[in-house]
Structure formats: structure tokens, C-alpha cells
Design a protein around this ligand. Structure first.
Ligand SMILES: *Cc1c(COP(=O)(O)O)cnc(C)c1O
Length: 241
């Protein structure tokens, strides 16, 4: 499938539309729109398109591959862009991820936690905010910690000086019928609330909920998302995944 890159006006207009929809959803729930961070998922799209999004006011960007991010992030230095790693991180790429990303949403193993903490010490990085990715559907094909493993992640992260647990992330199964995804978002919120009660987020943090993509971010916001990861609705269809 080949899609031509949308022109400047299109990215700006799409971004504006997504922002308006986020604000409308938030208001319906009596939430402040500013409490929801829009992460523009730029994976597979060229640097020029990210620049257009920056020019249109986007600040947070999501990438799922270290190698691709390595080509893009340095090219956008000085723009004020913040980078979120939203894809599975292989341990042999952890070092580069620590150098590149502001936030890592895809913590899915205890050994990754240990490795990242060690690398932060080594690289004198004082703080690395992370989210634990929770695999709520128990899909073998998807990365993520099982619900039952969450306490172990919390315990491990409490022992870390550099890594800071700031929230939970999920990538539910795809359903054409968007309502079917709602129980997953609701469950992630319940898990977050439980961790909140146990003061798992440190510094009195409320705990972020990173959930919702182009086709379901409105449902996610209704269920409490504080970070939505939107690619297609901003940048158009991807040629590759
Ligand atoms: C690609 C991706 C997204 C964005 O998906 P869209 O459907 O294009 O909005 C969100 N989250 C993760 C983890 C992704 O890999």
C-alpha cells in the first residue's frame, strides 16, 4: 500500500482535529484536556513529517524501534521534541535506548529493569521515567508483563535509583468493533489505581495510563487514559509496520 505523504497543511489539520477530539472527550468526562498527553507516533515516517508536526505544536513523539529512532532523534535535536519508546526493547539495544529516549513505555521484563538501571548509572543518567507494559489479554504474540507479575515489577523498581515507575501501558488486541476494547482499558485503570494506593509511583505520583491509539483513543480517554499514542490519525497510513 502506498500513500503519499500528506502536505504540511494536512498534518497540522489532522493534529488539530485529534486535539479537539481529545479535548471534547476529556470535557465529557469532566477532565482537563491538559491532563492528557498526545504522543504523536511517528514510526516509519520521515524526519520532515515530524518537523511539520513540531511546527504545528506537537511535542511528544513515539517510536517503536531503536534503530529507526537513532536516525531521527538526533536530526530533531533542539526542537524541544520529547521521545517515547513504545515498542519492545531488546536487551542488546538498551544502551542506545537510554541515550535516545526521554520515557520508556515498554518495560516487559525484570531483567530489562536491571539492565536499564545499570546503564543509567554507567551513563550518569539521573532519571529515566518508565511505564510497565501490561499484557492484559495474555496474547503470546505480544510483549508485556502479566497482571500477576506487576507486584514483582513494582518491588524491583522501588530498588532502582534512576528508573522511576511513572505508569502503566497496554496494547490490547485489535477489535473492529471499538467498544470491545473498553474492558481492557478499564482493567488497566483498576491496576493503576491499586498501585496508586500502594504508593507505587513514588513522589506521590498518580500514575500515568498510556492507552489508546488512532481507532480507540476516545474510549481510552473515557476510561482514564493520560497518554494516548496516535499515529495514523496524524501522519496518515504507514507503508510498513
Ligand atoms: C504504532 C503504535 C501506535 C499508533 O498506532 P495508530 O493506529 O497508527 O495510531 C500506538 N501504540 C503502539 C505501541 C504502536 O506500536
Amino acid at each position: 500500500m502506498t500513500i503519499t505523504a500528506p502536505d504540511t497543511g494536512t498534518i497540522r489539520a489532522r493534529l488539530e482535529e485529534v486535539r479537539q477530539r481529545i479535548a471534547a472527550c476529556a470535557e465529557r468526562k469532566g477532565r482537563a484536556p491538559e491532563d492528557i498527553t498526545l504522543i504523536a507516533v511517528s514510526k516509519t515516517h520521515p524526519v520532515e513529517m515530524v518537523r511539520e508536526a513540531v511546527a504545528a505544536g506537537a511535542r511528544d513523539f513515539g517510536e517503536n524501534r531503536v534503530q529507526e529512532a537513532e536516525e531521527k532523534i538526533p536530526a530533531l535535536q533542539g526542537t524541544g521534541a520529547r521521545w517515547h519508546l513504545i515498542g519492545h526493547l531488546q536487551s542488546n539495544k538498551a544502551r542506545r535506548a537510554v541515550r535516545l529516549f526521554d520515557v520508556i513505555h515498554s518495560i516487559d521484563s525484570l531483567s530489562l529493569v536491571e539492565r536499564l538501571e545499570r546503564l543509567c548509572v554507567e551513563k550518569a543518567r539521573e532519571r529515566l521515567p518508565v511505564l510497565v507494559q501490561v499484557d492484559l489479554a495474555g496474547e503470546a504474540t505480544k510483549a508485556g508483563a502479566a497482571e500477576t507479575e506487576l507486584p514483582a515489577f513494582v518491588e524491583k523498581l522501588k530498588t532502582c535509583e534512576r528508573l522511576q515507575l511513572v505508569g502503566l501501558m497496554t496494547l490490547p488486541p485489535f477489535f473492529a468493533e471499538v467498544e470491545r476494547v473498553r474492558p481492557y482499558f478499564r482493567r488497566l485503570r483498576e491496576l493503576r489505581d491499586e498501585l496508586q494506593r500502594h504508593d507505587a509511583f513514588g513522589d506521590g505520583g498518580m500514575g500515568e495510563l498510556s492507552m489508546g491509539m488512532s481507532h480507540d483513543y476516545e474510549v481510552a480517554i473515557a476510561e482514564g487514559a493520560t497518554m494516548v499514542r496516535v499515529g495514523t490519525s496524524i501522519f496518515g497510513t504507514r507503508n510498513k509496520v
